[in-house]
Design a protein around this ligand. Structure first.
Ligand code: SF4
Length: 345
């Protein structure tokens, strides 16, 4: 008997053709599709308006490769971090971050990451494999259900900033977004989705050519090539010049503003000359800068003092730049930026 196929890798037409071949009516495909993508169930038994005979056909030919919750940690600031076991035993993490008006989920796109950014816990874990679109979708579906349960509101925002470099899992990341935004699924607005990259320049250009509607964030962290190569080895092969070309191309094609993520590291990238360099870099395209409080536990780096962060922000604002200071959330459960490292696995 041939191997069963993960049902969430097939198209609606393929599902419909399968059912017709089995002598069933086409409208069953619509019903099943709704169970899978709108109600986000992950077994055939729960499809209670589908006759048992069809559920049995499905069971014999298809399977769900779902993610399974293995642990959950609550932070004192309301952040919830979950670890999920994948069907092959690997573990990834996702974080639900509530605020007054929003519920955001930060999802993982790879098991581990090979880019080895020096401030990042995930970068210390060797990359094992890409997540499938369904495995990424499952993290969003989990967050949506949890948000409904705890806050009585749907998930509002999604950020691809968990474990892994999303643009090195390009096809699956884009196909997960296609599902999340589809009217036949969660129907979330693409403008509420942000994909964050360490600067995979070829694929930033590819996003522009694909005319994506979601938002792009770039983990910049410094506008000095020397410092960036020290912090992020990716900069050795794709430096700020290449990054700047890719961002310019992306903005010209999509008209979109870029968000820069900038972790504030004490004595490393938080001086006024650093701010001047950053302001100069930011001239390439309309942008927003998020200055992020670093969580220094278990790291060779220290976080900048709040007073320094404010001075840095004020200096940038002097160049008419939009700047936000982001306090790190979920620090007590290792769920803050750069802290996802499967310590629970
Ligand atoms: S910051 Fe992102 S790209 Fe860098 S090592 Fe961590 S997960 Fe990978």
């Amino acid at each position: 008997m041939p191997d069963k196929i993960e049902i969430r890798t097939i198209t609606k037409k393929e599902l419909s053709d399968f059912l017709v071949e089995k002598g069933e009516k086409k409208f069953r495909a619509k019903q099943i599709w709704e169970w899978i993508w709108k109600k986000t169930i992950t077994n055939f038994e729960e499809m209670n308006n589908i006759p048992l005979k069809i559920r049995n056909f499905l069971n014999e030919n298809y399977k769900f490769e779902t993610i399974e919750e293995v642990s959950s940690q609550d932070s004192s600031d309301g952040t919830i971090k979950n670890a999920f076991r994948l069907h092959d035993g690997h573990v990834v993490e996702a974080v639900l971050i509530p605020s007054r008006s929003r519920t955001t989920v930060c999802v993982s796109s790879q098991v581990g990451c090979n880019l080895a950014c020096r401030f990042c816990a995930t970068g210390k874990l060797k990359m094992q494999r890409n997540l499938t679109a369904a495995e990424i979708f499952d993290q969003v579906a989990w967050a949506n259900k949890l948000s409904m349960k705890i806050f009585d509101r749907k998930l509002t925002n999604i950020v691809y900033m968990g474990m892994g470099e999303p643009l090195l899992n390009y096809d699956n990341v884009l196909s997960s977004i296609e599902r999340i935004t589809s009217e036949e699924s969660l129907a979330m607005s693409p403008y509420r989705i942000t994909v964050s990259t360490s600067g995979i320049t070829k694929n930033i250009k590819r996003l522009a050519d694909d005319n994506v509607r979601f938002e792009l964030a770039v983990s910049l962290h410094t506008a000095s090539n020397t410092k960036r190569s020290e912090l992020m080895p990716i900069n050795e092969t794709q430096d700020l010049g290449m990054l700047s070309d890719a961002i310019t191309y992306f903005h010209q094609k999509t008209g979109k503003r870029i968000t820069y993520e900038y972790l504030m590291l004490k004595g490393i990238n938080d001086s006024i000359p650093d701010a001047i360099k950053l302001a100069k870099f930011c001239k390439i395209a309309p942008c927003k800068i998020n200055l992020i409080e670093f969580n220094s536990i278990d790291s060779e780096y220290k976080k900048s003092d709040m007073e320094i962060m404010e001075k840095f922000a004020n200096h940038l604002e002097g160049y008419n730049l939009i700047v936000n200071i982001r306090r790190s959330k979920g620090k007590d459960i290792d769920a803050a930026c750069g802290q996802l490292a499967n310590k629970t696995s």
